[in-house]
Design a protein around this ligand. Structure first.
Ligand code: BGP
Length: 484
């Protein structure tokens, strides 16, 4: 009972959020490198290149580029079996469309993976974690252009060949489905569609077309990976935020189905290799002529994933708009039923300082829904608690709230294994070390077991120290999740 003996316990980061060294080793700029900080409630902006006087936190991250040995040693001290990170695409192909890779970039990840293996830590690699080369965004409008599929496939193949024997677990695109909830922002960040403007009537069409092109790129990469090494496990990475119906009103229930469709069709394509019928209908109704040839449909079929990787932070709740109340966040239309609706607060749940509903049972629910739907192995590749931490005078950080969040979520995974029989192979919490927040660009939204002395005002020396949660997680891994 409980977690399997080879369960992949660990933590997850993304290159752009913690490496820094954005211009070192021949690296080119990624979309994340031209994003401003958005601290204090101000949204991040994608700028046209790097503008003097603007703050770009991803340029420095937390300097993992120079601290990787120290950081991996600390992960090893906690007993990590796995460490998830991304390979910064622009360290390997600085502009994105070069024919030959940058050797210095490839060498950096050789060093990182060798360092992991020194401690018996299995690297789990995301190929693109919101890190499309800015060169591809500028020149091609990102994944709107089918030529970018080839650029990604070249990058993926280069990585599969180079790290064959060092990396077994791969994921193609991080949270590929965020566009379902926040189409414009994520069309730009995920797909490099920087020509989008808020008032462009074609925004939704461009999001769908780019997402389809990304999914084709992913399927091609999966096929190539298996040809290079049949033992490779290539997964997708989905942002899973289960949508609950606000009530048992059938209209609310149907609204929930619509919201699920909008957010999770990506997973159907990854895992089943087919465009779901409801999506084809949606495109027809909205006169979206999505370019997807028969040959490409065949590629989607042949390049299905080996496992489902997903992030889980919170659940959401949805309600039809019958009562006339206005909602904010995302909108789902079900024209056939004339239902227009949006998210609403769940009265049963508390929220984090950033408004994320804390819902451990929602993780067990998610594991069940996903497993019932695909019967594939699953890995929870992100789950964590962003908080303002207080460093005491003696250097300690008492982060009991983080321990409580993580332990309740690990318990939920354990219950899903013990009672529901789901096939869960790993857990890489987010993020074992404090890093730059993806949504806000803040340093002060901290997730780590390891405190990094650096803040929103760019003060600090990047020194690392252990929080209370460090030894707690070490014990969790030592007892294979038996003692939380
Ligand atoms: C996910 C992203 C991560 C990460 C995490 C936490 O959506 O895959 O990159 O940052 O969320 O979000 P944030 O950093 O905004 O708190």
């Amino acid at each position: 009972m409980g977690f399997s003996k080879d369960f992949l316990w660990g933590g997850a980061c993304a290159a752009h959020q913690f490496e820094g060294g954005w211009q070192e080793g021949g690296k080119g700029p990624s979309i994340a490198d031209v994003m401003t900080a958005g601290s204090n409630g101000v949204a991040r902006r994608i700028t046209d290149g790097v503008i003097e006087g603007e703050d770009y936190p991803n340029h420095v991250g937390v300097d993992f580029y120079h601290h990787y040995k120290e950081d991996i040693k600390l992960f090893a001290e906690m007993g990590f079996k796995a460490f998830r990170t991304s390979i910064a695409w622009t360290r390997i192909f600085p502009q994105g469309d070069e024919e030959t890779p940058n050797e210095e970039g490839l060498k950096f990840y050789d060093d990182v993976f060798d360092e992991c293996h020194k401690y018996g830590i299995e690297p789990v690699v995301t190929l693109s974690h919101f890190e499309i080369p800015y060169g591809l965004a500028k020149k091609y409008n990102g994944f709107m252009d089918k030529r970018v599929i080839d650029c990604f496939v070249r990058f993926a193949k280069t990585c599969f060949e180079r790290y064959n024997g060092k990396v077994k677990y791969w994921m193609t695109f991080n949270e590929i489905n965020n566009q379902g909830a926040a189409p414009i922002a994520h069309h730009m960040i995920q797909e490099g569609g920087i020509l989008t403007t808020d008032d462009n009537p074609d925004n939704e069409y461009m999001m769908y077309q780019s997402a389809i092109n990304e999914l084709i790129a992913s399927a091609k990469a999966v096929k190539i990976a298996h040809a290079i090494n049949p033992d490779f496990m290539v997964g997708c990475m989905i942002a899973y935020v289960p949508v609950y119906s606000y009530s048992c009103n059938p209209r609310d229930m149907m609204q929930m189905v619509g919201a699920d469709h909008k957010r999770y069709w990506f997973m159907d394509v990854h895992a089943r290799g087919e465009i779901p019928a409801y999506l084809e209908k949606y495109w027809q109704r909205h006169h979206m002529a999505i370019a997807l040839s028969d040959e490409e449909r065949q590629i989607l079929k042949e390049g299905t994933v080996d496992y489902i990787g997903f992030s889980y932070y919170m659940s959401s709740c949805t309600k039809s708009m019958d009562d006339g109340k206005e909602f904010n966040f995302y909108e789902v239309n079900l024209p056939a039923l004339d239902i227009k609706a949006n998210t609403t607060d769940n009265p049963y749940l508390k929220k984090s300082d950033w408004g994320w509903a804390i819902d451990p049972l929602g993780l067990r629910y998610s594991l069940n829904v996903i497993y019932d739907r695909y019967h594939l192995p699953m890995m929870v590749v992100e789950n964590g608690f962003g908080a303002y931490d207080k460093k005491e005078a003696d250097g300690s950080v008492h982060d009991n709230y983080r321990i409580s969040y993580l332990s309740s979520h690990i318990q939920a995974m354990k219950d899903a294994i013990d009672y529901d029989g789901v096939d869960l192979i790993g857990y890489t919490m987010w993020a074992p070390i404090d890093i730059v927040s993806a949504s806000t660009g803040e340093y002060d939204k901290r997730y780590g077991f390891i405190y990094v002395n650096y803040n929103n005002n760019h003060e600090g020396d990047f020194s690392r120290s252990k929080k209370d949660s460090f030894n707690w997680y070490k014990h969790v891994i030592e007892t294979n999740g038996e003692e939380l």
